[in-house]
Design a protein around this ligand. Sequence first.
Ligand SMILES: Cc1cc2nc3c(=O)[nH]c(=O)nc-3n(C[C@H](O)[C@H](O)[C@H](O)COP(=O)(O)OP(=O)(O)OC[C@H]3O[C@@H](n4cnc5c(N)ncnc54)[C@H](O)[C@@H]3O)c2cc1C
Length: 468
Amino acid sequence: MADAVHRQAGERRPADPPFATATPHAPESSDEEGLHRVVVVGGGAAGLELVTRLGDRLGRRRRASITLVECARTHLWKPLLHTVAAGSIDPGEYEVNYLAQAHWHGFRYRFGEMIGLDRVRREVRLAATFDDEGRQITPARSVGYDTLVIAIGSMTNDFGTPGVAEYALPLETPAHAERFNRRLFNACLRAQTQAEPPRPGQLHVAIVGAGATGTELAAELHRTIREVVAYGLDRIDPERDIRVVLIEGAGRILPGLPERISKASHRLLERMGIEVRTGARVMEVTAEGLRLADGSFVASELMVWAAGVKAPEVLRELDGLQINRINQLVVEPTLQTTRDAGVFAIGDCAACPRPGSSAPVPPRAQAAHQQAAHMAHQIERRLRGQPLQSYRYRDFGSLVSLGKWTTVGNLMGFLFGRGLFVEGLFAQLMYRSLRFMHEQALGGTIRAVLRVMARALAYRTGSRVKLH
Ligand SMILES: Cc1cc2nc3c(=O)[nH]c(=O)nc-3n(C[C@H](O)[C@H](O)[C@H](O)COP(=O)(O)OP(=O)(O)OC[C@H]3O[C@@H](n4cnc5c(N)ncnc54)[C@H](O)[C@@H]3O)c2cc1C
């Protein structure tokens, strides 16, 4: 499961040739010879913002060669995945094509999955890629660097629970989210056309993990399943047949956020009719549902695993770079890895110290956004031969979206530095501003505003849920 999650379906075969067959690195374009080579692996919330900034500032002016290595072809901001899974948005309207982004912003995009690193030769090793028919797309190869930034994100942690890989879906990539959405829509169609009424568990969704992902997904699903049914699936009675259960091992939902947000969210979820079970440990996942530690069984045909995060397994094999217990690369406050000053890590895959806290910087979109901006300045300083500066995480608060217009959270920096509890439309607007900032970083303010307007128009003229 570890390696499969970041790969697009069918693009790397299990029987890939060993890396020894890879072609040696050669400069890909002679007009970049002699330039400092910055390679960023992973074009997510952190990596794509970084290469876009670096490409605009350095790549276009030919002050450095900027390359993005990424195993996907398009980028979708991860905090949107639960809305794709629930069918609230069409991912195509939000995706960024890497090749086009590279063309517009002065960096090069190299399609492939990093499978290793040679720190002596300063080369990143990429696996060969294959299409659905098994034909090779790109060969196993290596990409040379002078400065390397690793930004390959994180994945869910199943803690070795039996049955998770077989029966529950994670929510880590657009492919996972779309797969869940298809299963959900198929389940509704099946229930509508079968002779007998829906069985217990047939239209039930169990979500394991009540962090932001699980909590937001539960609220979003509650709305969209009802909207799908309202499009004419008249043999399904939402009150009788549909059930969304949110299961959390800790004593409260949103255990990483302040208690007030957790209580407000819990109250809102229950008011919607979502069943919330806290202090409940999942021991096994089966085709029919979840077996809990207290011996009870939650019958459910659709299951999402959104509990815990860890960094990808490949980080364990990166030529001796230091990792922590969840595979994150341990970095200095300058974002340099502890054992190689020329290799940096940012975003979810980095364990970055946080002064005054025993826990590292949390794996969140705002940390990825801040680190990308900081890293871009660091690389410019490095090219000028100036000393590097430390990154300091600034927590602007946390917001949890519970459906279309309901958001709760706290905003930091208000009221003499104390958190301000916010709820409702204002909180929803603040929540959306984080996504806007990401789009702004990738395409500038005008393009970001145009995208928002285009989507608003599409929303007015199309269906409110994805029906295919
Ligand atoms: C469903 C969901 C909802 C979330 N909601 C919120 C939220 O509301 N607020 C918030 O602050 N945070 C949220 N997060 C967390 C947030 O999305 C992450 O903290 C953020 O995306 C981290 O950015 P990143 O660049 O480190 O990793 P990612 O955005 O995950 O990007 C990693 C990139 O690396 C690529 N990659 C992976 N492995 C390889 C490889 N071996 N070779 C090449 N490329 C590779 C991937 O394809 C991907 O493009 C959410 C996460 C999820 C999954």
